[in-house]
Design a protein around this ligand. Sequence first.
Ligand SMILES: Nc1ncnc2c1ncn2[C@@H]1O[C@H](COP(=O)(O)OP(=O)(O)OP(=O)(O)O)[C@@H](O)[C@H]1O
Length: 237
Amino acid sequence: MPEPLLEFRDVRSGYAEAVVLDGVSFALPAHGSLAVLGRNGVGKTTLLLTAMGFVPLVRGSVLFNGRDISRLPPHKRAWMGLGWVPQEREIFPSLTVEENLKVGWRRGRWDLDAVYGLFPRLKERRVNMGHQLSGGEQQMLTIARTLMTNPAVLLLDEPLEGLAPIIVEELTAAIRQMAEDGIALVLIEQHANVALRLTKEAVLIERGIIAHRAQSSDLLDNPGMLDRYLGLRLQER
Ligand SMILES: Nc1ncnc2c1ncn2[C@@H]1O[C@H](COP(=O)(O)OP(=O)(O)OP(=O)(O)O)[C@@H](O)[C@H]1O
């Protein structure tokens, strides 16, 4: 079996006053995609923060391409190919769209032309300042900026949260295309049906542990299972 791209081995992590994840293990293959589902506050964001090194490990290890990166700082992990897309839509408000995109560019498949091909809206807005963008455009820019670093894996924290349906459609299509293009995905998304359609595998987190893991398509065919484990229901969007 080929070496996983990103692997958690028996990870325990959390904040000074609270252990959040306890005994989490998974292996994401290169070009793989994983939906992380669970109720509010179960530790989904903490899982991504642990992968990036923003939240310290108490036990276990995080591996990337077979290398133990547990002690590396976030910027080194980003440099190695972990592309974090935070929920807070971190862009530079006083730089133009194009300047925002150029800031983190690293040579590779994704450059300005390719990114504008994926997000034509950003091309139209390329001379606008970050602060002049709508919430949906800011989210596109946040993802596009990370894409410009040519990551091996994108860690997406609720990228569709609070966005209008038309923008959700555009972003969903873009995420699907990035995955088809070979970027691995870890996707946190409250709308389970969207997350399951975009991914091959899923883990259901409950109180800091992986309560269930399955093929995403099997979960889509079995909505009762989501309901049983987490009280999540598939919603139409
Ligand atoms: N900086 C922090 N310091 C202390 N506790 C925190 C911190 N951030 C999150 N927590 C706690 O850790 C737990 C897991 O939070 P986390 O944000 O990972 O959950 P989540 O599954 O992503 O939830 P949501 O869907 O609401 O974003 C929660 O109980 C939360 O209150």
